[in-house]
Design a protein around this ligand. Structure first.
Ligand SMILES: *Cc1c(COP(=O)(O)O)cnc(C)c1O
Length: 420
């Protein structure tokens, strides 16, 4: 084989810069006019054809040979100053990895940000953001409930030394203090699918960075950076991976904040494995198709649930999406025990449909009064709708919901709830 067939192996130093500076090469008019569906399958792969490749290579190296230790010293100094990814070949896998960098470049394109920084999980990503701000003496966080249960817990327990003030969206501006480092919101929120006006929230934040957790909407339905969020967080474990087999987190943001996140990632070690980076890049290519198809299923199921007397309330976001939450008149544990096609499991965003009881699992760690106060009823079930045939899904849910309730539910209680 000629070395041209294996450009990564044969010309490592020439090929790595291509992959590592992929986000820079996307700047400007060349790709600015591409649609999201096109970006989803091409972003992060621009250098492949030049390398004679079609599928992205997976680089599993933990370290990289260098005969120029003076040069490495200079590149490490540069990283310590700005957090910019070192030019040239990588140094050590905790500092950066070319396969992960492809996913980061692609996600930044989809979210419309300069950069993105990937982590071992969504919680590692959120932790890194909090650590960046705490290291600047900005330990106070303003947040709107509900949030994903463990995000709520991380803030409430003050595990990273932060202090949280919980507010309604209208109370954000008044809650800001000189030491406020972050405003944190989810929209649609986990698990109630409550929606916020992100533009208004970003305005209320003034100069304090707004972090919008975009896990539920994905960039297919909503791009928070365009509405003023400085930081866009994903549990990439969910829709970005999309197949229930990758755990990951990512923050899309400007390059300045990304540099600080890379420095924290380097120092605390919550890196994403290259195999996960590969699977995430692969997942992104079908993200728009998956989200649209699953959303169509979810909208239809929400419509049927609204009309069902065994269901007292249905939450389905105005922007759509593949998540449906609903409150049952009967025992929610019976529904969980009754599904057969749908998988009773926490997590979401996979090709198959999952159902879980937030008060028992995803939001169990939140104090019961705080949980109920945030609208997470003990009768609420959260459904992550997948790509199965909608009639098969409905047949399973219909059976799991059990006997039709004898008591009629007032029609007013069966309206879908939107929270804007
Ligand atoms: C799952 C989830 C998280 C946490 O992500 P992990 O990948 O499980 O660490 C954060 N935010 C939201 C909205 C989530 O659903």
């Amino acid at each position: 084989m000629s070395s041209a067939s294996y450009p990564d192996a044969g010309t490592a130093s020439a090929s790595y810069p291509d992959a590592r500076t992929a986000s820079a090469s996307y700047d400007g008019v060349r790709t600015a006019s591409r649609a999201l569906a096109t970006e989803a399958v091409h972003a992060g792969r621009d250098d492949l054809a030049r390398q004679g490749l079609h599928a992205p290579p997976i680089d599993l190296s933990t370290t990289y040979p260098s005969y120029d230790s003076r040069g490495e010293a200079a590149r490490i100094d540069a990283f310590a100053t700005t957090g910019a990814e070192p030019d040239g070949p990588p140094v050590y896998a905790r500092l950066g990895n070319p396969t992960v960098a492809r996913f980061e470049a692609a996600l930044a394109r989809l979210e419309g940000t300069e950069s993105a920084v990937a982590f071992a999980s969504g919680m590692a990503a959120l932790s890194a953001v909090l650590l960046v701000r705490a290291s600047m003496g900005l330990r106070h966080v303003v947040a709107v409930r509900p949030l994903y249960g463990c995000s709520d817990h991380l803030l409430t327990a003050g595990l990273l030394g932060s202090e949280v003030t919980w507010v309604d969206p209208a109370g954000i501006a008044d809650a800001l203090r000189p030491d406020t480092g972050l405003v944190l919101v989810e929209s649609p929120a986990n698990p109630t699918l409550a929606e916020l006006d992100l533009r208004a929230v970003a305005h209320a934040c003034g100069s304090v960075p707004l972090l919008a957790d975009n896990t539920f909407a994905t960039p297919v339905l909503q791009r928070p950076a365009e509405q003023g969020a400085r930081l866009v967080l994903h549990s990439a474990t969910k829709y970005l991976g999309g197949h229930g087999d990758v755990m990951a987190g990512v923050v899309a943001c400007d390059e300045e904040f990304a540099g600080r996140l890379r420095q924290v990632r380097f120092a605390t070690g919550g890196v994403l494995h290259p195999l996960a980076g590969y699977l995430l890049l692969r997942g992104l290519s079908t993200l728009p198709v998956r989200v649209r198809a699953a959303s169509a299923n979810a909208a239809e199921l929400a419509r049927r649930l609204v009309a069902d007397p065994r269901v007292t309330r249905v939450h389905y976001p105005r922007i759509g999406g593949a998540m449906v939450a609903f409150e049952v008149a009967g025992d929610p544990h019976e529904v969980i025990g009754g599904v057969r096609l749908v998988t009773p499991a926490v997590s979401l965003g996979s090709v198959d449909t999952l159902i879980q009881h937030p008060a028992s699992i995803s939001h169990r760690i939140v104090d019961a009064d705080d949980r109920r106060g945030a609208g997470v009823s003990d009768r609420l079930l959260r459904l992550s709708v997948g790509l199965e045939d909608v009639e098969d899904l409905w047949a399973d849910l219909d059976r799991a919901l059990g006997q039709r309730a004898a008591l009629p539910i007032p029609a007013a209680a069966r309206e879908p709830v939107s929270s804007v």
